[in-house]
Design a protein around this ligand. Structure first.
Ligand SMILES: Nc1ncnc2c1ncn2[C@@H]1O[C@H](COP(=O)(O)OP(=O)(O)OP(=O)(O)O)[C@@H](O)[C@H]1O
Ligand SMILES: O=P(O)(O)OC[C@H]1O[C@](O)(CO)[C@@H](O)[C@@H]1O
Ligand SMILES: [Mg+2]
Length: 566
């Protein structure tokens, strides 16, 4: 396999020469944008093969060239390329920065449950494509390392001192992931030292630890929340790594959302800087489903299912009275996936409002006009609103202060209450009809429940993947589902953007055609939005997330992501 580590500096330098006529400097591009350009170039045969030696790129007649990284480049993305535009965005491994490590044969070889499974061990060259819908001439594109057990492991079972921490908001399935990490370590790898860190990141230096055994965690998956407790804020990287070192911990399992994975990434960098043989493995947690690359985050299905109960109640209330309006506020700070999926699942919703789709209230094509029309035609309606929707309108009208939580996340105003009042005021001004509005706010109820059956299975696989990866010496990764397969994804890909609903995508169009609500978008908005997606650089966050693979805006990419993004 040809192997090229592409330090971003090198890549920018090369790209500058390759794309000189197109852009004079690309040093400001993100790593994924650089890769997109790289893929574009290799697919259009501007670039037959690139080899990086020192800081000077040269063209080679063969793809099969391996170039070792200088030792101070270990913190850069690790990219492996192959024929027909194949790119593996690999994850770090101990051997990248620690020489002469001992290896051991995987204890699973002697485990009666697994030893009979044909090809149980993952082949070293197995990888999973990010994009599965392709055109005849498309390059093979970006891949991630396939998760699973390896023949060789880098830890003797007795040597492992693992710990687990949960951070950020609650999410169904946290306890299941904790349970399965403990079970996998004990029963697959014979590890018997697993600590729970109490109360999130700051628990590393401010709280006690909890000894986790199969007996302790046996039935925790039936409970919501996290037995370890969770916090926001309090991320002091040096103190955390000092504590890891002092306690002799060598595998750190970190379960949390985008903020937590950012924290994990800096902990990993510090561990690598100190040259420690300590794995940092992330599990992506967020009911908002705002983590990019992965198909969906665990707990999302459960949250959507739970949201149905609130929508059903709103529907029953609304249709039982004259001019009834049922309004449900769901979670979703920056991404409206829960609201979108709950709406699509329910079919009782007449209007779904999410942060990605700006809307307006008054005038032609506005929300109030639509509500009035629905009531006249059907006598009742149901509105679902994500908590982050319409925040610009709210701050305009309430002149709110910009408040943040301990982790720096924006604290939102209650859009549900605000819009309820707005609708009531509109109809009392209009005097056209008397309405009966019921506002249901189940926000915390949808995330405090235990995970459902499919999330339990998903959590189990995520936990097992993390443990297999850690034992195999991989580090600095998040385990996640990509196109239905378990993979190891480098932290920098997980944290560089937020996953958002793309409102020019077919999934949102399906929702609009199911609710018949106005799109609140002019043709100009649509064109501008598409332009921003194509450029992929104009918007730091947003739709571009779903077009990472070579910036292709073809139907195939849309088709792929709309199925797999949640
Ligand atoms: N940019 C960052 N760098 C380092 N650590 C961070 C960063 N952002 C957040 N963290 C740490 O990660 C932890 C969790 O972050 P946060 O509260 O944002 O939740 P989250 O993981 O994003 O989950 P949720 O999706 O529920 O909000 C906190 O302890 C916080 O200090
Ligand atoms: O009130 P808390 O616990 O800080 O968290 C609220 C936020 O957490 C989330 O549930 C994400 O975990 C968001 O949907 C919500 O805005
Ligand atoms: Mg977050």
């Amino acid at each position: 396999m040809p192997c090229i580590y592409l330090p971003v500096g090198f890549l920018s330098h090369c790209m500058d020469s390759i794309f000189a006529p197109k852009s004079s400097s690309i040093s400001s591009l993100s790593s994924s944008a650089l890769l997109s350009r790289f893929l574009e170039a290799s697919s259009s045969r501007k670039l037959s093969s690139l080899t990086f030696i020192g800081s000077r790129p040269f063209r080679s007649s063969s793809y099969s060239t391996t170039v070792a990284m200088a030792s101070n480049d270990v913190s850069k993305p690790k990219i492996i390329t192959g024929d027909f535009g194949y790119v593996l965005e690999d994850v770090p491994h101990f051997t990248d920065y620690i020489p002469d490590l001992s290896t051991y044969s995987n204890p699973l070889q002697d485990n009666p449950a697994f030893s009979v499974v044909k090809q149980y061990f993952v082949h070293v060259d197995d990888s999973v494509p990010q994009k599965i819908v392709v055109h005849k001439d498309s390059p093979r594109g970006i891949h991630f390392r396939r998760a699973g057990p390896r023949q060789k492991v880098y830890f003797d079972s007795d040597e492992v001192h693992a710990c687990i921490v949960t951070c950020g908001g609650l999410c169904p399935g946290l306890n299941t992931v904790i349970r399965e990490i403990v079970y996998s370590l004990y029963h697959m790898y014979g590890v018997t030292t697993v600590l729970g860190i109490d109360g999130g990141y700051r628990g590393f230096y401010a709280r006690n630890t909890i000894a986790l055994t199969p007996k302790v965690v046996n039935d925790i998956h039936k409970r919501g929340g996290t037995i370890l407790g969770t916090t926001r804020g309090g991320h002091d990287t040096s103190k955390i790594v000092d504590s890891i070192q002092d306690r002799g911990i060598n595998q750190v399992y970190i379960i949390g959302g985008d903020g937590t994975q950012k924290g994990a990434s800096v902990i990993f960098e510090e561990i690598r800087r100190r040259g420690l043989k300590v794995v940092v493995a992330g599990s992506p947690k967020t009911i908002d489903n705002d983590i990019p690359v992965i198909d969906k985050s665990f707990g999302f299905d459960t949250a959507v299912e739970e949201a149905q109960r609130a929508i059903n109640a709103a529907h029953v209330e609304a249709e039982s009275v004259e001019n009834g309006i049922g309004l449900v506020k769901l979670m979703g700070r920056y991404s409206g996936f829960i609201a979108m999926h709950a709406t699509l699942a329910s079919r009782d919703v007449d209007c779904c409002l999410i942060p990605e789709s700006p809307f307006y209230l008054d005038g032609k094509g506005g929300l109030f006009e639509y509500v009035e029309k629905q009531l006249k035609e059907n006598g009742h309606m149901v509105i679902v609103i994500a908590e982050g929707a319409g925040q610009e309108l709210l701050s305009e009208s309430m002149q709110s202060r910009n408040q943040q939580d301990a982790s720096g996340n924006k604290l939102l105003q209650d859009v549900g209450l605000w819009i309820s009042q707005g609708i009531k005021d509109y109809f009392s001004r209009q005097k056209t009809m008397a309405i009966n509005l019921k506002y249901i706010d189940p926000t915390y109820m949808i995330r405090a429940v235990p995970s459902n059956a499919s999330d339990n299975v998903y959590c189990t696989l995520l936990a097992q993947s993390a443990v297999h990866g850690a034992m195999a010496g991989y580090t600095g990764f998040t385990s996640g589902l990509v196109n239905g397969r378990q993979t190891y994804i480098p932290f920098y890909r997980i944290i560089e953007k937020q996953n958002k609903v793309v409102i020019t995508d077919r999934m949102w169009a399906r929702l609009l055609s199911s609710t018949n609500q106005p799109s609140f978008m002019s043709d100009k908005d649509v064109i501008e939005d598409k332009t921003e997606c194509i450029s992929g650089e104009k918007k730091v966050e947003g739709p571009a997330t779903q077009f990472l693979d070579n910036g292709n805006y073809a139907d195939g990419v849309l088709e792929n992501k709309e199925v797999s993004s949640v």
